[in-house]
Design a protein around this ligand. Structure first.
Ligand code: HEM
Length: 484
C-alpha cells in the first residue's frame, strides 16, 4: 500500500512573507542559467528546497513552479479564466500558428467544438483497426529487413515514424509514410528553434536572417509543403466524389464550404487556418505518443519481469490475432504499464500559463503577468503522493492503490478545459502498439547505450533508444518463431 500522506502542504500555516520563496539566482538573469543547463534538476531541487509554490526570476519575469495538486486545480480549473497560455508558447505559435493547442478565447472554443467530433467514440473502432494495421506493417518490415537482428536500431525513430503514419491514416485518411523522414527532420529543427526562442531573454525575430532562422524557415517550408499538399489532395477528391469525408480533415474542410463567411459558429476556415490545425494535430498527435512508447521500451528493457507480464497478457488476450477495439479494454496490465511510464516520463513534462490578473497561489501573492509552470515530471515524483517515486511499479495504478490520491497529482494529459483532446486516442494507440510489439519481439538496450532525458517542448530520449531485437517466442501460430 502507498504509505505516503496525501495531505496538502498548502493547508499548513504560511510564514508571514506573502511572496513565495525561491532561488535568488544572478542579478538580472535570475535562474536563467540553471534552467537552461538542466531544467528538470532545477525544478526538482527547487520543490525539495522551497516547497510547493516556488518563485523564480527569469530576467524581468516572475515565474512560479506549482506542484501542489490543489494549486494546480486552481490554475487549470477553478480560476482558469484568470490565465492564458504563457508567452513561452510564442515560439510554438510561430510554428503552429493559431491551431487548437495555441489559440485562445472564442477562437479556441470554436475550434475545439469543431475538432471534438473527430475523436468521438464512434470513430474508435476505425482508429483501432488503422493502428493495428500500421503496427503490423512495421513489424513485418522489421522481419523482412532483419531490423535490429544483427545491428542495433533506434526504436524511438521507429515509433516517430509509426505514430506519424497513424495520425495521417486516422485523422487525414492519408498515407504519409513516405514523408516521415522529411517531416521528422523539419519538425526537429522547428521545435528546437521554438524552444530556443522561448528560452531567450532577447528574442531575435524569425525574419532576421541568422543561420538558425534560415534553417528554421527551410524546415517550415518543408512542413507547409506537405500540409498544403494534403489540403489540395482532399479538395481534388472532394470535387470528384462530392464529399469531404468524416475524418478530422473532412470535418474541418466541410466547414470551409458550408460556412457563410459571417462571424460566429458558421464561419469557414481559410487554407491558412486549416494548415494551422493540421500541423498542430501532426505535432501534438505523434511526437508525444512516440516519446511515451520509447520511454516504455527503455523501462521494459530494464524490467524483464514486467515485460514478461505484458507479453503473457497480450498472448492470452489476442492469441495470434492483431488487436481490435474490443481487445483494448482487456489489455489491462498493458494499460497500467503505460500509465506508469507516463508518470515517470510524462512527454508533456511541463506546461505553462500566464496570469492576466493578480492571484493568490497557495497563500502567496502572484502579480498579473506572472508565468505559472505546471510540471508533471516533478508532480509525478512528489513523495507526498507517490510511494518510492522513482520506482517503476505499474501496480500503483490499480484502483485500490490509487484511492485517496488527489486528481491533480497525476496529469500527463493536462487538466481543465484545455485538457488533451487526444488522450483516449493516445492511450489506445499505446496499448495496441505495445501489446503487438512485446507479444512478438524482445527489445534489449544496445550494449553501452545510455538513455538520457532531453527536456525540450516534449520529454525526449536524447540519443534515442538504441535496441537489438530478437523474436519473443514461443508463440507458435502465424509468427512461426523458434522458442528462445
Ligand atoms: C502520450 C500522448 C500525449 C500526451 C502526453 C499529451 C499531452 C497533452 C497535454 C498535457 C496537453 C495540455 C497542454 C496545456 O494545457 O497547455 C495536450 C493538449 C493537446 N493535445 Fe495532447 N497529448 C498526447 C497525445 C495527443 C494526441 C494523440 C493528439 C491528437 C491526435 C493530441 C492533441 C492535442 C491537442 C490538439 C491539444 C490542445 C487541446 C486544447 O488546447 O484544446 N495529443 N496534450
Amino acid at each position: 500500500m502507498n504509505q505516503t500522506s496525501h495531505v496538502s502542504e498548502i493547508a499548513r500555516p504560511r510564514p508571514s512573507s506573502n511572496l513565495a520563496p525561491g532561488p535568488k539566482g544572478l542579478p538580472f538573469f535570475g535562474s536563467v542559467l540553471p534552467a537552461w543547463r538542466d531544467p528538470l534538476a532545477l525544478m526538482t531541487t527547487s520543490r525539495e528546497t522551497y516547497g510547493d509554490v516556488v518563485r523564480f526570476k527569469f530576467g524581468p519575469f516572475d515565474y512560479y513552479l506549482v506542484t501542489d495538486p490543489d494549486v494546480v486545480r486552481h490554475v487549470l480549473v477553478d480560476n482558469a479564466k484568470a490565465y492564458t497560455k504563457s508567452r513561452n508558447y510564442l515560439g510554438l505559435k510561430i510554428v503552429l500558428g493559431e491551431g487548437l493547442l495555441t489559440s485562445e478565447g472564442e477562437q479556441w472554443r470554436r475550434q475545439r467544438k469543431l475538432a471534438q467530433p473527430a475523436f468521438h467514440r464512434s470513430h474508435l473502432a476505425g482508429f483501432a483497426d488503422q493502428m493495428s494495421r500500421a503496427t503490423r506493417a512495421m513489424l513485418d518490415r522489421w522481419r523482412a529487413e532483419d531490423v535490429g537482428a544483427s545491428r542495433a536500431f533506434c526504436v524511438h525513430e521507429e515509433m516517430m515514424r509509426l505514430t506519424f503514419r497513424i495520425v495521417g491514416l486516422t485523422l487525414f485518411s492519408a498515407d504519409v509514410d513516405g514523408d516521415a523522414r522529411d517531416v521528422g527532420r523539419a519538425l526537429d529543427t522547428a521545435l528546437r528553434w521554438a524552444n530556443d526562442y522561448a528560452e531567450s531573454l532577447v528574442r531575435i525575430p524569425p525574419y532576421v536572417p541568422t543561420p538558425s532562422n534560415i534553417r528554421f524557415k527551410r524546415a517550415m517550408k518543408t512542413l507547409d509543403g506537405i500540409v498544403y499538399r494534403l489540403i489540395a489532395d482532399r479538395r481534388a477528391q472532394a470535387a470528384a466524389n462530392a464529399g469531404f469525408g468524416s475524418d478530422l480533415l473532412g470535418m474541418l474542410m466541410a466547414v470551409v464550404e458550408e460556412g457563410d463567411g459571417a462571424s460566429g459558429a458558421g464561419k469557414g476556415m481559410t487554407d491558412r487556418q486549416l494548415r494551422d490545425e493540421i500541423i498542430t494535430m501532426v505535432l501534438a498527435g505523434h511526437e508525444t505518443t512516440a516519446n511515451l512508447l520509447s520511454w516504455t521500451f527503455s523501462l521494459l528493457a530494464e524490467h524483464p519481469e514486467i515485460e514478461a507480464r505484458v507479453r503473457d497478457e497480450a498472448t492470452r488476450v489476442l492469441g495470434d490475432r492483431d488487436p481490435v477495439l474490443e481487445d483494448v479494454r482487456a489489455l489491462e496490465y498493458t494499460k497500467l504499464v503505460i500509465e506508469e511510464a507516463l508518470r515517470l516520463y510524462p512527454p508533456a513534462w511541463m506546461f505553462e500559463r500566464q496570469s492576466v490578473e493578480a492571484d493568490t497561489l497557495g497563500g502567496y501573492s502572484v502579480k498579473a503577468g506572472s508565468i505559472v509552470g505546471v510540471c508533471p515530471y516533478v508532480i509525478h515524483r512528489h513523495p507526498r503522493y507517490w510511494d518510492r517515486p522513482d520506482a517503476f511499479d505499474p501496480e500503483r495504478f490499480r484502483p485500490e492503490r490509487a484511492e485517496g490520491r488527489p486528481r491533480y497529482a497525476y496529469l500527463p494529459f493536462g487538466g481543465g478545459a484545455r485538457t488533451c483532446i487526444g488522450n483516449h486516442f493516445a492511450m489506445m494507440e499505446a496499448q495496441i502498439i505495445l501489446a503487438m510489439i512485446v507479444r512478438q519481439e524482445r527489445l534489449a538496450l544496445a550494449p553501452g547505450h545510455r538513455v538520457e532525458l532531453d527536456p525540450l517542448i516534449t520529454l525526449r530520449p536524447k540519443h534515442g533508444v538504441r535496441v537489438t531485437r530478437r523474436p519473443a517466442g514461443p508463440t507458435g501460430g502465424h509468427f512461426g518463431f523458434e522458442a528462445t
